[in-house]
Design a protein around this ligand. Structure first.
Ligand code: MF3
Ligand code: CO
Ligand code: CO
Length: 253
């Protein structure tokens, strides 16, 4: 792995930026309702991030135009906030990354708008529990495959599928770095989990096929993705610190 373990001072900075990102994630909860536009949510996130003294890390990141990602229904990830009005029955992932004092904190959650279908409730619940199953598999000197294995096992046992091409990532002074954290894999395989490194766990879980379709984001080198069968997709994300005894979830308010 290219990056070194974090010093105590660096761990302190990661704890703070992650806590603040989680605070913004909680702050928007009452506003993510029927009738609000994705751009209005983006503006609230921009303002709250600044109020906390942080920078919205996605804004201008390789040309990405907004302060968050808003991925509605069959959008798998990196949905760009636009004038879409959230409507009763939608599910939306809101993904927030703060930067403070040279460090990044990355977290996302699902929001259910009004009365949602049983399928929508199911995919949101499975995605959240799949992320937790992955996190609980983290051990010092374990592997990325241990995490992916548990995520995939949980999702597939529930009749859902996991996205293979995109996943979690090392994070710290760099927004996206190694290791790649897959949502599938074999126990004991992949990269080693080194104490006092940080990475995200952010499985994308689909109701139907695991196949996804890629779309360009104009002016950006990023893409957004939809499920190929247009069925629902859901995702949650935490930033994690591996410790010498286990792990800490950093993106808690
Ligand atoms: N926060 C996203 C992640 O979890 C990254 C978004 S990059 C963007 O890794 F440019 F698409 F916003
Ligand atoms: Co991430
Ligand atoms: Co994110």
């Amino acid at each position: 792995m290219s990056n070194k373990p974090l010093s105590l001072d660096e761990q302190k900075k990661m704890r703070l930026v992650c806590k603040l990102a989680a605070q913004t994630r909680e702050y928007i909860v009452p506003y993510v309702k029927e009738g609000v536009t994705l751009l209005e949510i983006d503006k609230m996130i921009y303002d709250h991030t600044k109020t906390l003294g942080c920078e919205p890390a996605t804004l201008g990141y390789r040309g990405y135009p907004a302060s968050c990602c808003t991925s509605v229904n069959e959008i798998v990830c990196h949905g760009v906030p636009d004038s879409y009005v959230l409507k009763n029955g939608d599910i939306v992932n809101i993904d927030i990354t703060h930067k403070l004092d040279g460090f990044f904190g990355d977290t996302s959650a699902m929001f259910m708008i009004g009365d949602v279908s049983a399928d929508a409730k199911k995919i949101v619940d499975i995605a959240q529990r799949a992320m937790m199953a992955g996190i609980e598999a983290i051990t010092p000197y374990g592997t990325t495959g241990d995490i992916g294995f548990e995520i995939n096992k949980f999702a597939t046992r529930s009749g859902c599928s996991t996205v293979k091409e995109i996943g979690g990532h090392g994070i710290g002074r760099i927004f996206h770095t190694d290791p790649f954290i897959p949502s599938f894999g074999k126990k004991g395989k992949g990269d080693k989990l080194i104490p006092f490194h940080c990475f995200t766990v952010e499985p994308m879980v689909n109701l139907g096929t695991d196949q996804i379709e890629e779309f360009p984001i104009p002016g950006s080198s990023h893409h957004f993705y939809k499920t190929k069968d247009k069925k629902l997709s859901a995702q949650f994300e935490h930033t994690i610190l591996v410790t010498d005894k286990g792990y800490e979830i950093l993106t808690v308010p």
